[in-house]
Design a protein around this ligand. Structure first.
Ligand code: ADP
Ligand code: MG
Ligand code: MG
Length: 343
């Protein structure tokens, strides 16, 4: 892969520690969780973390959507290519995150909050389903002051690509806006992930405020459907939804928008504004080799974005995404195999 600039890719979102376990229907029922979902924890959910640790032998795994993507992109890029921003606490959970990102060679610039706990994501696996319930904790206190602090803003100015996870819309839209404007002003690539169906549903206005800045918008089929439903699109056709996303008004007119929708084992749909939808098959894998599909989409976004940074074709970016997702689902949690494999 060609040489890239140091810290060419800067990512922002919510660093979380996943507390992941095999659960059962009774556990889902106890906390009122759907088998396949991602939600923010309410008061009634807050006991689930201790419950998972004490009664379901939960494992602690570094998570957070865009942090997974940042680790994955660094996996594919030369050393010192990726830096990640978000808020953590000053606790043992943050120490676990530091270990994980160090092992992945990912640079992090965390905003450390002395009062708040590091964010936690309870992941309940039942069969092929996974239900995620997030207590953002310190991640919820990320702020513009951190982004604009001289050391961090220098990294922003140095980067050529930004990746923002949609989950951050619940935390600090002004930080997203600052990155988005910086990207448009300097014709840098702004990549945005829709993250979860609840984002278009409950955070529609802040989401729509970022839309003009998307150069690349990445989501899965349920997120695309939620976007359509909450924006009054009269269609459930993924290609039509992708076309709509690609055609939304755009701030930086030097780049055509690209919408990318993954669909689990079904082909990934890609629309470059003004062109026909294209389909890209996933990399098939024997189901017996699948360990855990948590973070498949994050890994896809990682391989895809690493391709953008390296300057390869759009076709190859998508294929790199499928390739890295296939590696990731063979590991426990959103992680990548060592010794390293190369694309
Ligand atoms: P999310 O994790 O956001 O729900 P998807 O389920 O759409 O995202 O998965 C993203 C990508 O992960 C797919 O496009 C595909 O490349 C890969 N992937 C997911 N599940 C499988 C699978 N069972 N076999 C092969 N690839 C898969
Ligand atoms: Mg999926
Ligand atoms: Mg996803």
């Amino acid at each position: 892969m060609s040489a890239t600039k140091e810290y060419a890719l800067l990512c922002l979102e919510n660093p979380l520690l996943d507390i992941q376990a095999q659960g059962d229907d009774a556990l889902l029922a106890k906390y009122g969780l759907k088998p396949n979902d991602a939600i923010l924890a309410e008061e009634k959910h807050l006991d689930i973390y201790e419950d998972l640790l004490n009664n379901y032998s939960a494992k602690l795994i570094a998570g957070g959507g865009a942090q997974n993507t940042a680790r994955g992109a660094q996996y594919m890029l030369p050393p010192n290519s990726v830096v990640y921003l978000g808020g953590v606490g000053d606790d043992k959970y943050a120490a676990i995150l530091h270990d994980a990102v160090k092992q992945a060679g990912l640079r992090v610039e965390y905003r450390v909050d002395k009062k708040e706990k590091t964010g936690r994501c309870g992941v309940v696996i039942t069969g092929h389903n996974r239900s995620m319930c997030t207590d953002l904790g310190a991640a919820n206190h990320y702020d513009l002051d951190h982004l604009k602090s001289p050391e961090v803003w220098k990294l922003v100015e140095g980067a050529t690509h930004y990746f923002v996870g949609g989950y951050h819309l619940t935390v600090c839209p002004p930080a997203i806006q600052a990155l988005a404007e910086e990207a448009a002003k300097n014709n840098k690539a702004f990549v945005f992930s829709l993250s979860a169906p609840f984002i278009p549903q409950f955070f529609k206005d802040p989401l729509d405020a970022t839309a003009p800045y998307w150069d690349y918008v990445i989501g899965n089929e349920t997120e695309a459907l939620s976007y359509a439903e909450n924006h009054g699109l009269e269609t459930k056709d993924i290609k039509e939804i992708a076309k709509h996303l690609a055609a939304l008004p755009k701030a930086n007119t030097k780049r055509e928008r690209v919408a990318i929708i993954t669909q689990g084992t079904l082909p990934t749909i890609v629309v470059v504004n003004g062109q026909d939808a294209k389909e890209y098959p996933v990399h098939p894998i024997d189901t017996s080799l699948i360990n855990d599909t948590t973070g498949a989409g994050d890994a896809f976004a990682a391989g895809f974005t690493a391709g953008l940074v390296a300057g390869v074709s759009l076709d190859q970016c998508v294929d790199q995404g499928q390739w890295l997702a296939k590696l990731s689902i063979q590991e426990l949690g959103p992680s990548f195999p060592f010794p390293k494999q190369t694309y």
